[in-house]
Design a protein. Sequence first.
Length: 139
Amino acid sequence: MKEKEGFVDCPEQQMILYVEKEDGQFGPMQTGSYITKNYINDYFTKRNNLVHSLREQISRREISPVKLFMVLEDLTTKELSARTRIPSRKIKKHILPVHFEQLSEDLLHRYAAVFNVTVEQLLKADPGTEPLHDESPKR
């Protein structure tokens, strides 16, 4: 890649690329991230829409916060079972609000640890401090 082809104006995330200089030699060049500049807003819009949709399902009592965090972390019941040491059949029950409301403190702490949130965030279905650029979903 030539030096002028590698330049991306994105001060939020800088990176080093090795490019062909004008004199024909290769060397490092500091530039912005192409992916951050062009795709990060799309990612956050889609993530916000997903969180909004899952929260609506929680408010309609179709799913529990365990399901929300499983989707956001892209975990299957088997993977979650291995990380929490809770049997898969019980995790499938905990996805339903009726069973989630009966969870012990120990199980809540295990889920929270795997999802890297506090128990309070788990109970409120709050995914945390990841920057949500716009709270309202785009349709």
